[in-house]
Design a protein. Structure first.
Length: 214
């Protein structure tokens, strides 16, 4: 069985991440009509400068295959998660796993890693936004301890993210906000046997814009 290492990203990992994200986003193509978005909208990638800054600030984790049999992706990331620190929470900006490496628990392990990272930085909870009408999205995060958060419970920061997503083209009614307390992993196994979404498209545009102005 293929094994993987989850670790903080190195500078040399960055160049491979846009390709992982671009390929992962293709799994949303069958749902364009329900989500009322275009294929072109899915091509908006997390800015490389944001990934580089996240790597320097240790809020970017990658999944590396150990001895990839094909040799094609040896020592290169096949998945990643990047976060942004908000006032009292850590926000998952993007979670992407290469589809060829799906259903191996990589997405679960990446989420667990960023939750531990959030806890170590004093964040009380981990937040994210994702597509509502993609069958595996909400169940995947629920298995990892996330719950849906109603609009009445959104912080001003989360409300601003959702509004920005709507301006970008992700309609509010097709998005869901989810939250999990920052804590140690729910299981000690290397990987949880859950189906991870190939890509978790979120508010990287808003957050990267904040990075350019702070």
């Amino acid at each position: 069985m293929q094994r993987y290492t989850i670790r903080l990203a190195k500078e040399t990992d960055i160049d491979a991440l846009p390709g992982v994200e671009r390929t992962a986003a293709k799994r949303f193509l069958p749902y364009l009509e329900q989500l009322e978005i275009s294929a072109e909208l899915l091509e908006g990638l997390t800015p490389v400068h944001f990934l580089r800054r996240s790597q320097r600030e240790q809020r970017l984790w990658v999944a590396i295959p150990e001895g990839d049999p094909s040799g094609k992706l040896k020592s290169q990331p096949v998945g990643f998660v990047v976060t942004k620190l908000l006032h009292s929470s850590s926000f998952v900006v993007e979670l992407s796993v290469h589809p060829d490496y799906g259903r191996c628990g990589i997405g679960s392990a990446l989420i667990e890693a960023c939750c531990v990272g959030a806890l170590s930085r004093g964040a009380r909870q981990v937040m994210l936004t994702t597509f509502r009408y993609v069958p595996w999205n909400i169940p995947f995060y629920q298995r990892l301890g996330f719950r849906q958060v109603s609009a009445e419970q959104w912080s001003p920061e989360i409300a601003a993210i959702v509004q920005h997503e709507a301006r970008y083209g992700f309609a509010k009614e097709h998005r869901v906000v989810m939250m999990r307390p920052a804590r140690r992993p729910l299981a000690s196994a290397d990987f949880l046997p859950s189906r991870a979404p190939a890509s978790h498209t979120s508010a990287e545009r808003l957050l990267s814009e904040c990075d350019r102005h702070d």
